[in-house]
Design a protein around this ligand. Structure first.
Ligand code: NAD
Length: 495
């Protein structure tokens, strides 16, 4: 798994140019499968953030503003074309920097391109409306871009989440400063360069890299930034909300989850087991939508759990670049330790390991951040392991008796991102879907999102929606224009 990249130093992208940090400092980014350094990356300072925001402001009222919506459509399709042409190389870079199985990365890259194309096609369809107002008046609305958008993304889906924000922000006519996570900056920096190649004017897309608590928060507080779109941990989202309050910045938050996966006794157990394994172990469980709480109805509990465990044991954990691998590496040694401590907490709370529960035994994987797909049978739904987001390949399995009981348990967390139901009873499926407090409910499928489908959270999983047309609107301000059109002039005070 020892890898050398062609390019071993990555610079910031500011005003269309690759530049080193004003301090000259860099940091290393690693391959999670081996923990070897992959490349050095410029570590931005507040001075660099000032320059990136200034460039975005200049482009917003300058070169980018002069480009029509129809032309924006063309440029975004051109970018999508470049991503398709360079698909294999980009997927490899993402897998190397993130540790995720290459087949998963390819699926995500494909989804990201389709979402980009969705917004490319929508860029010239952002319309206002006319509103019936009293005789003598005319009212119409305009949807205008907000300005400079700070897009802050985490490390678990680096390409997908960067493009999920870039595409609607640009389609709506905004300019952006993108900040990827320090663990996975390489693909965002690469896509930033390709935006220029696609013909986006310099300054339209700027990419800065460095520690979130330093330059991320500086960017959030920056007076030159009009909107923040953030994806990451709920605790960071709370901090960002506080920081954004001073200047009343527009805000979209996509935060954490602890999503339920409910298997009713009338489900197709074979399909439910296969889907449930995917729903938690995809992306090694490092997914906001990971269905990490599996609820199984009493009467089928033993049969279903043994099917689930049998399938989980078949997952191949290993080299992320091997197309046969299902589960790659976790992002860092610290993440593995975090997972270990949650499993330990689960055992202390009376949990029982049904599979996994440790690192894989193969010596070839010892240097990387691997952890086996783990299932923990537990009874206490208030335990730390069943309430907090683990962000690793660990599922807790709980037993339930009735529909009402499982709805109450499913809703008994601070999060509300996704829920999955397995049942062949149509009435039950829709009845329960209506009672679950989450932004997405999926029935008889582990998949959660396609281009156009609104994705986002209830409760502390955040607010606003991505992927859909609603996201395009969230990158606009709605202006109402009221016109007096009577011949006789208006004199409201009669003076
Ligand atoms: P994180 O909150 O630690 O970091 C996310 C980004 O914010 C990074 O770029 C980081 O550098 C930056 N950041 C950190 N502190 C900051 C601060 N004080 N000010 C400004 N920026 C700051 O999250 P993570 O560990 O990278 O990602 C995992 C989290 O993301 C999980 O909680 C997961 O559920 C969530 N997530 C949510 C969704 C969704 O759509 N709801 C999707 C993917 C991931």
């Amino acid at each position: 798994m020892g890898i050398t990249l062609e390019k071993t130093h990555y610079q910031l992208l500011i005003n269309g140019e690759g530049v080193d940090s004003a301090s000259g400092q860099s940091f290393e980014t690693h391959n999670p499968a081996t923990n070897e350094a992959l490349a050095s990356v410029a570590k931005a300072t507040p001075e660099d953030v000032d320059k990136a925001v200034a460039a975005a402001r200049e482009a917003f009222s300058g070169a980018w503003a002069r480009i029509s919506a129809a032309k924006r459509t063309g440029l975004l399709f051109k970018l999508a074309g470049l991503l398709r042409e360079r698909f294999e190389a980009l997927a490899r870079l993402e897998s190397l920097n993130n540790g995720k199985a290459i087949t998963s990365v390819k699926g995500e890259l494909n989804q990201a391109i389709e979402e980009l194309e969705f917004y490319a096609g929508a860029a010239n369809k952002i319309m206002g409306s006319t509103v019936p107002v009293p005789y003598g008046f005319l009212n119409y609305t305009l949807r205008e871009p907000i300005g400079v958008c700070a897009l802050i993304v985490p490390w678990n889906y680096p390409i997908l989440l960067a493009l999920r924000k870039l595409a609607p922000a640009l389609a709506a006519g905004n300019t952006v400063v993108l900040k990827p996570a320090s663990a996975t900056p390489l693909t965002a920096l690469t896509i930033g360069e390709w935006c220029l190649e696609a013909g986006l004017p310099p300054g339209t897309v700027n990419v800065i890299t460095g520690p979130g608590v330093e330059i991320g928060s500086y960017l959030v507080k920056h007076p030159g930034v009009d909107k923040i779109s953030f994806t990451g941990e709920t605790s960071t989202g709370k901090e960002i909300m506080r920081m954004a309050a001073d200047s009343i910045k527009r805000l979209s938050l996509e935060l954490g989850g602890k999503s339920p996966n409910i298997v009713f006794e009338d489900a197709d157990l074979e399909a439910a087991a296969a889907g449930s394994v995917w729903a938690i172990f995809y992306s090694a469980g490092q997914s906001c939508e990971a269905r990490s709480r599996l609820f199984v109805q009493d009467s089928i509990y033993d049969r279903f759990v043994s099917l689930f465990v049998e399938k989980a044991k078949k997952l191949r954990v290993g080299d992320p670049l091997d197309p046969e691998t299902h589960v790659g590496a976790l992002i860092s040694p610290a993440q593995v330790q975090r997972v270990e401590s949650y499993v330990q907490a689960g055992l202390s709370a009376g949990g029982r390991v049904l599979c996994g529960g440790g690192r894989p035994p193969e010596p070839s994987l010892a240097r990387g951040n691997f952890y086996l797909p783990t299932a923990l049978a537990i009874e206490d739904h208030r335990a730390k392991v069943t309430q907090e987001e683990i962000f690793g390949p660990v599922v807790t399995i709980l037993r339930f008796k009735s529909e009402a009981e499982v709805v109450a348990l499913a809703n008994d967390v601070i999060y509300g991102l996704v829920a999955t139901l397995w049942t062949q009873d149509v009435g039950r499926a829709h009845r329960v879907a209506g009672q679950i407090r989450s932004g997405v409910v999926t029935i008889n499928t582990p998949f959660t999102v396609f281009p156009g489908l609104p994705f986002g959270g209830y409760k502390q999983s955040g607010f606003d929606r991505e992927v859909a047309l609603e996201a395009l609107h969230s990158y606009t301000e709605l202006k109402s224009v009221l016109v007096f059109v009577r011949e006789k002039p208006l004199n409201p005070f009669g003076i």
